[in-house]
Design a protein around this ligand. Structure first.
Ligand code: CO8
Length: 259
C-alpha cells in the first residue's frame, strides 16, 4: 500500500497519502488504499484518533486524478463518484475522530476528503477550492453535500459555481477550517489536538461524534432521542463511574479504561 502510509503512536494514527509526484491526486487505487487503511485503523483497538495528511510540501490532495477521469463515459463517471463517496462516508462515519492536517492544495476531491474529516487544521500555505465546473463536471465526492453543510448554502454555491480557489485565511473566516497554523507547526498542532481527544473517555467521544453526525441529518426531536440513547450508554461504562467518583472524592482521575 505505498500510496498510503500509516504510523501509530500513543493511540494516534497518521494516514499519509503518498503520491507527491502527482500532488497526491486520487485515482481508484489511491482511494482503495485509503479505504483499506481506514478499515485497519478503525479495527485497531490501539487507535483512538486518526490524522489524515498528504505527503510532500505542496499538496494535501490536488483532486481526483484528471488523467484517469478524462475518458470516462457516464457510467464510469457515476461508478467513480459512488466509489469515492463510499470511501469518504467511511471516514465520516468512522467511530474514531478524524483530523485533516491540510498541508497544501486541497482542491476538488482533496477538499472533499478534508470535509469528510471531523476537524480541519490548515497550514497557512494551504489552498482550498472546488474547481470541478471549470473541468466540465460537478463536485462528485460529496462536495455538493458537505460544503453547504459546513459553510452554508450561499457560500458553497459561490465557491462551487465560480470554481474560485481560496487561501487558508479565507477558509478560516468562512468556517471551512478550524484553525490555521504555520506550515512547520501543522503536524504538532494536529497531534496536540488528537492527544486532547485521546485523553478523554473514548466511549463518550465516539458517542458524541455519532450524535452530532446523526443529528445533522435529522430533525431535532429524532436528534435529541439519539442523544438520550448515547447519554444512557455512557452510564453503563466504567469511565463514567470512575470519572464522577473521582470528582466527588476531589481527586484526579489517572486515565480512562475506555470501557
Ligand atoms: N489529477 C492528476 N494529476 C494531477 C492533478 C490531478 N488532479 N493535480 C496535479 N497533478 C499532477 C500534474 O499533472 C503534474 O504531473 P506531471 O509532473 O507528470 O506533469 C504534477 O501533479 C504536478 O502538478 P503541476 O505541475 O500542475 O503543479 P503546479 O504547482 O504547477 O500546479 C495545481 C499545482 C494548481 C494544484 C495544479 O496541479 C492543478 O491545477 N491541479 C488540478 C487541480 C484540480 O483541478 N483538481 C480537481 C480535480 S477534479 C476532482 O477532484 C473531482 C472530484 C470528484 C470526482 C467525481 C468523479 C465522478
Amino acid at each position: 500500500m505505498s500510496n498510503v502510509l500509516t504510523e501509530i503512536k500513543d493511540n494516534i494514527a497518521t494516514l499519509t497519502i503518498n503520491k507527491p509526484e502527482a500532488l497526491n491526486a486520487l485515482n481508484d487505487q489511491v482511494l482503495a488504499d485509503i479505504d483499506d487503511a481506514m478499515d485497519a485503523l478503525i479495527k485497531d483497538e490501539e487507535v483512538y484518533v486518526i490524522i489524515i495528511t498528504g505527503a510532500g510540501e505542496k499538496a494535501f490532495v490536488a483532486g481526483a486524478d484528471i488523467s484517469q477521469m478524462k475518458d470516462f463515459n457516464a457510467a464510469e463517471g457515476k461508478d467513480f463518484g459512488l466509489f469515492g463517496n463510499q470511501v469518504f462516508l467511511k471516514i465520516e462515519n468512522s467511530p474514531k475522530p478524524v483530523i485533516a492536517a491540510v498541508n497544501g492544495f486541497a482542491l476538488g476531491g482533496g477538499n472533499e476528503l478534508a470535509m469528510s474529516c471531523d476537524i480541519r487544521i490548515a497550514s497557512s500555505k494551504a489552498k482550498f477550492g472546488q474547481p470541478e465546473v471549470g473541468l466540465g463536471i460537478t463536485p462528485g465526492f460529496g462536495g455538493t453535500q458537505r460544503l453547504p453543510r459546513i459553510v452554508g448554502a450561499a457560500k458553497a454555491k459561490e465557491l462551487i459555481l465560480t470554481a474560485r480557489t481560496i487561501k487558508a485565511d479565507e477558509a478560516l473566516a468562512i468556517g471551512l477550517v478550524n484553525k490555521v497554523v504555520e506550515p512547520e507547526e501543522l503536524m504538532d498542532e494536529a497531534v496536540n489536538m488528537a492527544k486532547a481527544i485521546a485523553a478523554n473517555a473514548q466511549v463518550a467521544v465516539r458517542q458524541s461524534k455519532a450524535c452530532i453526525n446523526r443529528g445533522l441529518q435529522t430533525d431535532i426531536t429524532t436528534g435529541t432521542a439519539f442523544e438520550a440513547e448515547a447519554f444512557g450508554i455512557c452510564f453503563a461504562t466504567e469511565d463514567q463511574k470512575d470519572a464522577m467518583t473521582a470528582f466527588v472524592e476531589k481527586r484526579k482521575l489517572e486515565g480512562f479504561k475506555n470501557k
